[in-house]
Write a protein of this length. Structure first.
Ligand SMILES: [Zn+2]
Ligand SMILES: [Zn+2]
Length: 425
């Protein structure tokens, strides 16, 4: 075959949709429960929005954006994440005049030019949550709780938080200095990547996966020892809420984000049994972001969950999801006269909201019934020349194989008398 889906992309086939629908409806249900409203932003935005909002020096901006110039010479980029676009919308629509915090969620595709590997795609999907306009640590706790409950109700087990405070523009620079000093003292022992990171994005050294760097990371100064009073109090309050809720968490000193507008809380949700990389969800606070993209100083906190990861986990763990209800009726016809009756009959059934499939083309009765069976239809309505002449249909119960003849005028009453609540819901 000549064409294939582009590398790193995939089709969501009909048999996949029960999983996608399950996850998407759970996201909507819990967002409503927590008072978050849906927002959809454009799939592409000004390239500069992401350069500012995601940050120069990040892998996303440096290597992974799908950027292009359109025919009007505008520099555009397919969104690589949700947050920057949502913040742009908050500023553009003057949402600071609404009651704060403004609590928003989004679902949809994102695009990054990544090296395709298991579980990583160039077009992928996220459930993204943002709460904008409050510095209250109760809001950090709220978004974390929403992430947790979402994963828990999808069937994830062994959940725990990794949590840290990444400080603020007041206290973090002192930490960065101490970290750099420590790393330069170990310069001969660290990897080449870290040597580069030290210049541009020093906090990223804590993220290094290189085995030779692990003992260096373990001995590195911890940001917790450098937090200013405000950041320390914020973190202590958040931990108190986590304790009170009985949430399992670990303070992970390595969990940081390298950019200035990420402040205070940073967290991941880990789950059991999903392979080497345990994080299914990541988020945090970004009190400097809206200012960075040209808005008024506005705090915010949020998270994102990758849906591909969630769905592949549900499938591998055999979690049962609701299937769409099968058709009630399959209309089978033999011969031209019968067909001329069957087409309007199927149409009428649908007008009465009876889920109906019609057999197409020329097929023997056996073949048509096989299709009815495959579709999971409850009844087959069979029309042949005899039935047409007598003004009846033969109705076959597909499960028991019992058949009876019903007058065409009485079909609806017959079906209604046997109506059952939709299955599979
Ligand atoms: Zn601080
Ligand atoms: Zn390293």
């Amino acid at each position: 075959m000549a064409y294939k889906a582009p590398r790193g992309t995939f089709d969501i086939l009909p048999e996949d949709w029960p999983y996608w629908n399950f996850v998407i409806s759970k996201a909507r249900e819990l967002s409503a429960l927590y008072g978050y409203e849906e927002i959809e932003t454009p799939i592409f935005e000004s390239t500069n929005l992401f350069v500012r909002g995601v940050g120069e020096g990040t892998d996303i901006v440096e290597k992974e954006m799908y950027s292009f110039q359109d025919k009007g010479k505008a520099d555009l980029t397919l969104r690589p994440e949700f947050t920057a676009g949502v913040m742009r919308a908050y500023v553009e629509h003057g949402m600071h005049t609404r009651p704060q915090p403004v609590k928003l969620f989004s679902l949809g595709p994102l695009f990054r030019y990544e090296r395709p590997q298991a579980g990583r795609f160039r077009e992928f999907h996220q459930f993204n949550v943002e709460a904008i306009g409050s510095q209250d640590p109760a809001l950090d706790f709220e978004v974390m709780s929403l992430a947790w409950q979402f994963l828990e109700e999808l069937g994830f087990r062994g959940l725990s938080f990794q949590v840290n405070s990444t400080g603020c523009p007041e206290c973090r620079p002192k930490y960065v200095e101490a970290l750099k000093e420590y790393y330069y003292a170990h310069y001969d022992e660290i990897c080449e990547d870290d040597k580069r990171r030290l210049g541009r994005n020093p906090l990223r050294v804590l993220d290094c996966k290189n085995p030779q760097c692990q003992p260096i990371i373990a001995g590195a100064p911890k940001i917790a020892d450098f937090l200013c009073d405000e950041c320390a109090a914020h973190f202590a309050t958040l931990r108190r809420y986590l304790d009170a809720a009985g949430r399992r968490y670990t303070v992970n000193h390595r969990l940081v984000r390298g950019l200035d507008y990420y402040t205070k809380t940073v967290f991941e949700v880990w789950a059991e049994g999903i392979g080497a990389q345990n994080a299914v969800c990541g988020g945090g606070r970004y009190d400097g972001l809206i200012e960075e993209i040209g808005g008024p100083p506005t705090p915010g906190v949020g998270f994102a969950v990758g849906l591909e990861r969630v769905i592949s986990t549900l499938r591998s763990q055999g979690v049962k999801v609701p299937e769409p209800p099968p058709p009630e009726v399959f209309v089978a016809a033999l011969g031209k006269k019968a067909r001329d009756k069957a087409v309007p009959l199927a149409n009428e059934l649908r007008q009465h909201h009876v889920p109906t499939l019609l057999s197409f083309g020329k097929r023997g009765l056996k073949g048509q019934l096989r299709n009815a069976n495959r579709a999971g239809a409850r009844f087959a309505l069979i029309l042949g020349d005899d039935e047409v002449a007598a003004g009846v249909v033969t109705i076959r119960d597909m499960e028991s194989g019992k058949q009876e003849q019903v007058k065409q005028k009485e079909i609806f009453a017959w079906l209604e008398a046997r109506a059952q609540p939709a299955r599979g819901r």
